[in-house]
Each structure stands twice: as structure tokens, then as C-alpha cells.
Design a protein around this ligand. Structure first.
Ligand SMILES: N[C@@H](CCC(=O)N[C@@H](CS)C(=O)NCC(=O)O)C(=O)O
Length: 219
């Protein structure tokens, strides 16, 4: 860690949950930038995210949340873009504007189109309020992840990562979404490019160390 990242890390606190794929994104970004904030754990299944104390920090009641000198920032992609501004290197956005746009297109496609449909509160509403069965829930989950990943398979390039050969915001979103896809037992064989990118990602400590199973609150 450089003197800058050591000093900056001391000012940061990450609210996280090991299995949260949105928090997984931020953990990858922090690792790529060499930042090691204090972590505070929000147990989603115990609904810690809905407590008054937590909602006072993040009215959206979701993880991740980053505190910088006590100032809260919610939404994983807002956090990643903030990290990019306060610790620009290595950049998580490709240098070429068209490549940047593609990286953002993939990232938003995952974070805005795929992920929300499988979120805990959506799942709880489907089963508890609308009385859908676990089987229907599994079909719902696989349907939306599969549809979204099919588009990402088309959008990804032929390099080691989604856009060229360097990890970007696109890979930061893709790798956690593939983790969710595996949990949902989705067949990933129709997505050879995505599997190749996943292999490249897990050659890097930044991605390995951010995995749910490697978190202190993992169960
Ligand atoms: N778009 C948000 C999504 C955050 C989010 O939904 N996080 C999930 C965990 S992956 C969560 O906290 N869910 C709590 C709930 O649904 O009650 C982001 O990117 O930060």
C-alpha cells in the first residue's frame, strides 16, 4: 500500500454483507485500488439493513454503504465512481471514450437490469406477499439472470476482460453477477466469453479476496 492509500483507507468504512453481490462489486474496486477500509457487517437475513440506525445512514436500506470521514455514500456504482475520483489509479474505466461507454453499458446493464430483480426484498415479496413457491422463485431468478447475461455475452469483447485486457467497472459488476448465477444454478455454458473473463478475473488477488467465502462475516 502507498502512503496515500494507507492514509485514505483510515478515513473509509465499508458496510457490507459477505453474500451481497453489490457489496462484492465495491470490495473488488477497493482491492484493485489497494484500499483497505474498516468493515462493518450488516446481516441482511436478520434485516439489519432495516434498522433505524442503518437507515439513518442509508435511507435505501441496502448494502454496500461507504463512509468517507463519516459522510455516507450509497449505491455500489456511485461508490465505485467516487473511489475512481479520490484514488484515480489504477483506473476502473478504459481510457478511450467509446470503451468507457461500453464498460458503463455492461455495468449498468447488470446493476440496473439484472440485479434488482433478484434482490432479497423482491424475493421476499414474491414468496411472502404474492405466495409464489420456491420453485417459481428459482425459475424467476434464472430467467432474468439468463436474459441479462445473454446480452452481456454479446456486448463483451474478445480480450481478457469485458472491455480489452484490463479489469474495469464492467468486470466489477459481471463477476459478482456470475456468483449469483451459480447460486441460482443457472447453466452458464451458453456464455463462453463470460466464463473466459471470469477465469481471467480469478487470476487476480483483487477478485479472489473479494469473494463472499473469503469475507470475515462468511457463514
Ligand atoms: N443498486 C444497489 C443495490 C443494493 C442492494 O440491493 N443490495 C442488496 C444486497 S446485494 C441489499 O442490501 N438488499 C437488502 C434487501 O433487499 O432488503 C447498489 O448497487 O448498491
Amino acid at each position: 500500500m502507498s502512503a496515500h492509500t494507507t492514509a485514505l483507507s483510515r478515513d473509509l468504512i465499508l458496510y457490507t454483507y459477505f453474500r451481497s453481490s453489490a457489496a462484492f462489486r465495491v470490495r473488488i474496486a477497493l482491492n484493485l485500488k489497494g484500499l483497505k477500509p474498516e468493515q462493518r457487517f450488516v446481516h441482511l437475513l436478520k434485516h439489519d439493513q432495516l434498522s433505524d440506525d442503518y437507515r439513518a445512514l442509508n435511507p435505501q436500506g441496502t448494502v454496500p454503504l461507504l463512509l468517507h470521514n463519516g459522510r455516507p455514500i450509497g449505491q455500489s456504482l456511485a461508490i465505485v465512481e467516487y473511489l475512481e475520483e479520490i484514488a484515480p489509479l489504477p483506473s476502473l474505466l478504459p481510457p478511450n471514450p467509446l470503451d468507457r461507454a461500453r464498460a458503463r453499458q455492461i455495468a449498468y446493464g447488470i446493476a440496473c437490469e439484472i440485479h434488482p430483480l433478484g434482490n432479497l426484498r423482491v424475493r421476499e415479496y414474491l414468496t411472502s406477499t404474492l405466495d409464489h413457491t420456491e420453485r417459481e422463485l428459482a425459475a424467476w431468478t434464472r430467467h432474468w439472470i439468463g436474459l441479462g447475461l445473454a446480452a452481456v455475452e454479446q456486448l463483451a469483447g474478445n480480450g481478457r476482460f469485458c472491455v480489452n485486457d484490463t479489469p474495469s467497472i464492467a468486470d466489477i459488476c459481471l463477476i459478482p453477477q456470475l456468483f449469483n448465477a451459480r447460486r441460482a444454478e443457472l447453466d452458464l455454458s451458453p456464455f463462453p466469453k463470460l466464463l473466459r473473463i471470469e477465469k481471467s478475473a480469478y487470476e487476480l488477488a483483487a477478485f479472489i479476496d473479494a469473494q463472499p467465502k473469503n469475507q470475515p462475516d462468511a457463514e
